[in-house]
Design a protein around this ligand. Sequence first.
Ligand code: GRF
Length: 208
Amino acid sequence: MTRLAVFASGRGSNFQALAAAARKGVFPGRIVLLLCDQPDAGALAVADAQGIPARVIAGRRPGGRLGREAETAYRDACRVAGVEWICLAGFMRVLGSTLLAAYPDRIVNIHPSLLPAFPGLDAQRQAWDYGVRVSGCTVHLVDGGVDTGPIVLQRAVPVLPADAPEDLAARILAEEHTIYAEALRLLLTRPWQRRGRRIIFAGEETDR
Ligand code: GRF
């Protein structure tokens, strides 16, 4: 069983979906730690309900980068818990070199758009404002940028004419809740390699 940490800042619905999927054996991993930068995050209540150890480690200032000291504290908490992979789930901080070097190609994120379209905050609103007919969600490896790392899995979601931004966000969120666990299943069960920005799973090139 691979030992996973989840980092979250908000309500924690993706964290909850991952915890449920892990319990059902959708991917061969166990969430052993939740780390959170916001003391009032809903994710903390989810951890409590699931019996998953949780800690709040505040960053230097709200939003933005974590700051070197906080990042070291996140890394050390993961090391002490024997964490092998980190899943960002609504974690509103940009990671720096301390965590990226400790977990090279072992940190994943979920983003509510089809990247590279609409990175950053409020992606569903950005897509709605732009008037795209299709949006979706993306699971990607994390690098030092904002939503810029290599793509693992994406799922398209239609934008319907009657949608308010909240309707679109809800339709995308429902897909996020399955695609994240599927991406982890692929990463943890199938040999894969990075070729430039592309992630190739074993056997994929012959799957047609
Ligand atoms: C999700 O839409 C996720 O894609 C984005 O932040 C949101 C977090 O929601 N990165 P939740 O806290 O998992 O409910």
